[in-house]
Design a protein around this ligand. Structure first.
Ligand SMILES: C[S@@+](CC[C@H](N)C(=O)[O-])C[C@H]1O[C@@H](n2cnc3c(N)ncnc32)[C@H](O)[C@@H]1O
Length: 299
């Protein structure tokens, strides 16, 4: 799913109850809305990157989806060409349309194909290769990172957005059901994530030591920093819509594994006619923490 910190609990389709296939095309609007809500986080992450990555000629957004971040990169680095890379061609069409709307189309390209191999088609090595929440959808993350690193120019930077903290949208005790619902949903989501990874083609179990993996890919100077999205209550309409979408996807993806009381609570939270629902309740907020890990190819 188009979701927050590191997982993407998908819709069920065709694989029964606990299916982990994700229909990325169907998720386009959600990915877009989410990335737009998180834009302040990405802008701060890009300002942090810009301190080390000076005057990049080519920025590659690997697993760009609909290109919200790709376009933010084009704005943050006005001297750079940006290539959005993704396996889902219709999402790249959205990315291109966005680049046109934002007036950056003259230095914006798309490349459709499966990561990591599609990167062989890049004409030039990247000065900055960014992969947000896409690496964990590739079966062999270590091998993918080695390919990412090979596609860097000397002195180029690889930046991953992986990990962070589970997001919070509600107080621990919301006055209905048993307190701590979100923590229990997190636990189910972790299990879902494990099944999702195990079901990927060529799946390889990997310790998620991102700085260690970046170093193992031959890169130097690993650094990690976490960026916070803090939208306190009363939340904006956009923030509320994100919470509704996120909890709806969790209901669909893992809700049946909740116990009956938690399931009933989640259903009330999602019922627009219920005064306790996240559609109307005043205590909804968005608190999310995303981590970016970088490392550099020797110059
Ligand atoms: C969770 S979305 C992240 C989108 C965007 N980077 C963001 O942070 O908003 C993951 C993206 O990775 C793409 N993806 C997943 N598996 C892929 C693969 N094997 N090759 C290329 N792209 C892939 C999906 O199409 C989707 O757009």
């Amino acid at each position: 799913m188009a979701h927050d910190h590191h997982h993407d609990t998908g819709h069920r389709h065709g694989h029964g109850h606990h299916g982990t296939d994700i229909d990325w095309n169907e998720m386009g609007p959600l990915l877009e809305a989410q990335a737009e809500l998180f834009a302040p986080v990405y802008e701060r992450a890009m300002a942090w990157l810009a301190r080390e990555v000076t005057g990049p000629g080519l920025i590659v957004d690997a697993g760009s989806g609909p290109g919200v971040l790709s376009c933010l990169f084009a704005e943050a680095f006005p001297g750079a060409r940006v290539v959005a890379v993704d396996a889902t061609a219709p999402l790249l069409e959205r990315a291109r349309a966005r680049a046109v709307r934002q007036g950056v189309a003259d230095r914006f390209d798309t490349l459709a194909g499966e990561l990591p191999d599609v990167l062989d088609k890049l004409e030039y090595p990247a000065d900055l290769l960014w992969a947000s929440r896409s690496l964990h959808h590739l079966g062999d993350q270590r091998a993918a990172l080695a390919t990412f690193a090979e596609r860097l120019a000397p002195g180029g930077t690889l930046a991953l957005q992986e990990g962070g903290l589970p997001s919070r949208f509600l107080p621990r005790d919301i006055g209905i059901g048993r307190p701590g619902l979100q923590a229990r949903l997190d636990a189910l989501e972790e299990e879902w994530f494990g099944r999702m990874r195990a079901g990927l083609p060529g799946s390889v179990a990997e310790t998620e030591d991102w700085p260690g993996l970046l170093t193992a890919a031959g890169l130097e100077h690993p650094r990690s920093r976490t960026f916070l999205l803090d939208l306190p209550a009363p939340v904006t309409d956009r923030g509320r819509a994100y919470v509704v979408a996120h909890l709806s996807r969790l209901r669909e993806g893992v809700g049946d594994a909740l116990d009956a009381e938690d399931r009933a609570t989640l259903d009330r939270l999602l019922d627009p006619s219920d005064p306790a629902s996240v559609h109307v309740r005043p205590d909804v907020f968005v608190l999310a923490a995303h981590t970016v890990h970088t490392a550099v190819r020797r110059g």
